[in-house]
Design a protein around this ligand. Structure first.
Ligand code: AMP
Length: 133
């Protein structure tokens, strides 16, 4: 069965899309640790990130880098934190998180709530910066 992220790529489930290429897709995390928290995924569905072959793996991180640079142009932060967890959704993904301290990467922190309008506006701003890169 297709993963929830494959359904997002195929447009069967909505997402706040940031960017897309032939091989990768980026969208806002709906339970974010920070405003601008973004997920970057390969379109080819693989559960565990270390099962991705090297070229696709390198491409995923190169795409995530570009997404992270776009995020930091929009969200004021000290750095972009980047992490892989993958305990919840069995489709490899990279978390891109604006951070000001190490605690901002703590997934035990309560998740933030944003309205549809706020998510849409954040995605639009990041997408616009991504398109300039
Ligand atoms: P993990 O697999 O542990 O890295 O966590 C999966 C992440 O995917 C969590 O941060 C969720 O909030 C996020 N997530 C799950 N479903 C969706 C969705 N439909 N749209 C955006 N983000 C999602």
């Amino acid at each position: 069965m297709a993963s929830i992220f494959t359904k997002i790529i195929n447009g069967d489930i909505p997402s706040y899309k940031i960017a897309e290429s032939d091989d990768y897709y980026a969208f806002l995390d709906i339970n974010p640790l920070a405003k601008g928290h973004t997920l970057v995924i390969p379109k080819k569905e693989t559960d565990y990130i270390f099962d991705i072959e090297d070229e696709e793996y390198k491409g995923l991180f190169a795409f995530a880098k570009k997404v992270g640079i776009a995020v930091e142009k929009v969200i004021p932060c000290k750095r972009i934190g980047i992490t892989v967890i993958g305990l919840e959704v069995p489709h490899a993904h990279v978390h891109i998180i604006p951070i000001n301290s190490i605690y901002d990467m703590d997934f035990k922190q309560p998740k933030l709530k944003f309205s549809n309008e706020e998510f849409t506006e954040t995605a639009f701003s990041i997408k616009s910066e991504f398109q300039k890169l």
